[in-house]
Ligand binder design. Structure first.
Ligand SMILES: NC(=O)c1ccc[n+]([C@@H]2O[C@H](COP(=O)([O-])OP(=O)(O)OC[C@H]3O[C@@H](n4cnc5c(N)ncnc54)[C@H](OP(=O)(O)O)[C@@H]3O)[C@@H](O)[C@H]2O)c1
Length: 326
């Protein structure tokens, strides 16, 4: 089959359309003819050789897909050939075919395009896991989402707002309008304003109950300073660095702060099945009737994958960058 491959670890110029073996579905797996996949920051790191796939996963890039069921293992239930599905992958989405565990497949709503369906799994499951499972989000809580216009950020704004929270985001200025349209109550231009100061101002000194942070070290002290009592700082990435110097643990005790780090790709299959099913149960109706929207920044043909990666590297996207396959 055709797939996007990496010549050698490095920049976007290393990506090319090549040939590799078509995967064989296991007992529990669907073989999906991929219609679309979407980019994630992890793809850039994997391309650079800094994020190897977990053991047993495809070496091909791509953490999500939409497409049609082509074949299936004997233990698969609930699906037929030709069914439209979408779901999360541990790898292998940038290809003509990929295998997807049947319990991690979600039926694509009839009205939903393959491009939109491919933009859902990684960001909505990540945001749901962070807000609900790790954050314990409750109505009326105050939530700060950093990188609000990122793929994960655009999903998190919507989920938090639908759950009845007050939502604040940081993002660069041209991205504010979209964050506000998605439901954010306030967008802060972190390049010009101290976000912690602004949050204290709008919450009258209360702070926030949950922070979804992708920035890491450079925001750590400000994040702790802006947490409410018993607040949870959930760190999903380290875009702004990994080393934090001179942290006074007393600043965490004063807040009874919980600092939680998380990953999704390396989680066990049973965990990811439970997550997919819990998300579907709670939110699939909202996806079907478009109360929750996958936010699509751009759609590239997969032969333009190098341009798509460069677009993400330039931090230009608002929401998801989708690759149309074939
Ligand atoms: N741990 C997990 O389970 C998990 C799962 C999925 C994704 N992630 C991580 O979550 C992050 C977001 O993923 P994504 O695919 O949604 O990203 P994305 O759409 O590419 O958006 C990332 C945005 O972050 C902002 N940004 C980048 N570097 C920054 C910096 N140094 N300081 C402040 N803001 C910065 C930029 O927006 P502005 O223009 O607004 O600055 C950029 O567009 C990635 O790091 C990804 O690896 C983690």
């Amino acid at each position: 089959m055709k797939a996007i491959l990496v010549k050698a670890p490095g920049g976007a110029e290393q990506l090319y359309l090549g040939e590799c073996p078509t995967p064989e579905p296991g007992e529990d797996e669907l073989l999906v003819r991929v219609a679309a996949t979407a980019l994630n920051r992890a793809d850039l790191m994997q391309r650079e050789g800094r994020y190897p796939p977990p053991p047993g996963a495809s070496e091909v890039l791509g953490l999500e897909l939409s497409g049609t069921v082509e074949a299936m293992g004997a233990a698969c239930e609930g699906y037929d050939t030709g069914d439209r599905v979408f779901g999360l992958l541990p790898g292998g989405g940038y290809a003509e075919y990929a295998v997807l565990h049947h319990q991690m497949a979600m039926p694509a709503p009839p009205e939903m395009s393959f491009e939109a369906a491919a933009a859902v799994p990684e960001v909505f499951l990540t945001a749901f896991q962070a807000l609900d499972w790790l954050g314990g989000l409750k109505e009326k809580q105050h939530v700060l989402v950093h990188a609000g216009a990122s793929g994960v950020g655009t999903a998190a704004i919507q989920l938090a707002k639908r759950a009845g929270a007050h939502v604040y985001v940081t993002a660069s200025a041209p991205k504010h309008q979209r964050c506000l349209e998605l439901g954010a109550d306030l967008a802060i231009n972190y390049k010009e304003e101290d976000f912690a100061h602004r949050i204290q101002e709008v919450t009258s000194g209360y702070g926030v109950d949950i922070i979804l942070d992708f920035i890491g070290a450079s925001y750590f002290k400000q994040n702790i300073s802006v947490l409410a009592l018993d607040g949870r700082l959930i760190i999903l990435s380290m875009l702004g660095g990994r080393m934090v110097e001179d942290v006074d643990l007393a600043s965490l005790f004063r807040k009874r702060a919980q600092v939680i780090t998380t990953t999704l790709r390396s989680r066990s299959l049973p965990y990811k099945i439970d997550l997919t099913q819990a998300f579907s149960k709670k939110w699939m109706l909202f996806i079907e009737d478009q109360r929750l929207l996958p936010v699509i920044d751009s759609v590239y043909d997969w032969t333009d994958v190098q341009a798509a990666h460069r677009h993400m590297e330039a931090n230009k996207n608002i929401g998801k960058i989708v690759l149309r396959v074939r």
